[in-house]
Design a protein around this ligand. Structure first.
Ligand code: DX5
Ligand code: ZN
Length: 217
């Protein structure tokens, strides 16, 4: 069963609760919060205050995707704000002790930018719950899916079977390419614009239906 994890980055924050409830009616399995600090990526988005607010809107799993330079310094604040999972970039300042420490507080995953080889995440495999493969360069929603990450998704899924983590893919996924991403082995699909442009309920349902049609894994 494929999970759709809407990223609230493209949601309308003047009615965020309604947006989230609509996505839930469509079958969203979790929600994804894109945290950007204006240094690690060239955009500034949200912090723990927003996580706390969204926590009150849903009982589903909340994944905080930390696109920040100093995850060590801020990780705990995102846990305290109600995150169920922290997703940390291998390109930021992380190490095994940090991943283990977060793993004791909540779920933990590592993230790979499109140009970062899978090998860079290997040392974390035995300690993580999720491996997030980026299919756009992080920073903005609404970018084009990068086809060249498909082999990395395939290989990630092989490791996932051995180590017991789940493969997430994030960036540029919509109803015309989700089948390919699922077929490559993605188990959790993150989508911002494909969910929140238009009616979230209908969009999530459509994505889930397409995914169910290809999923044999
Ligand atoms: C990219 C973020 C993604 C992004 C997805 O920096 O990590 O979660 O918001 O947006 P879409 O689905 O519109 O590509
Ligand atoms: Zn993200």
């Amino acid at each position: 069963m494929i999970e759709i994890s809407p990223s609230v980055l493209s949601a309308n924050f003047s009615c965020i609760k309604e947006e989230i409830e609509s996505a839930e009616r469509g079958g969203a399995g979790s929600f994804h919060i894109d945290v950007m600090d204006g240094h690690f990526v060239p955009n500034i988005t949200m912090g723990p205050v927003i996580v706390r607010g969204i926590r009150e809107c849903t009982a589903k799993r909340l994944d905080s995707h930390l696109m920040i330079c100093k995850p060590k310094k801020y990780a705990e604040r995102f846990v305290d704000a109600g995150s169920d999972v922290l997703l940390l970039h291998v390109e930021s300042d992380i190490d095994i002790s940090l991943i283990k420490k977060i793993g004791k507080m909540c779920g933990v995953g590592v993230v790979l930018n499109p140009s970062t080889p899978l090998e860079k995440a290997k040392e974390y495999f035995e300690f993580i719950d999720y491996l997030l493969v980026m299919s756009v360069n992080p920073g903005f929603s609404g970018q084009k899916f990068m086809d060249e990450v498909i082999p990395k998704i395939k290989k990630s899924r092989e490791y996932a079977e051995d180590y017991g983590f789940k493969v997430m893919v994030d960036g540029g996924i919509n109803k015309s390419n989700i089948a390919r991403v699922v077929d490559a082995g993605a188990q959790i699909i993150v989508a911002a614009s494909a969910v929140f442009r238009g009616e979230p309920e209908e969009n999530v349902r459509t994505l889930l239906n397409i995914a169910a049609g290809v999923s044999t894994k």
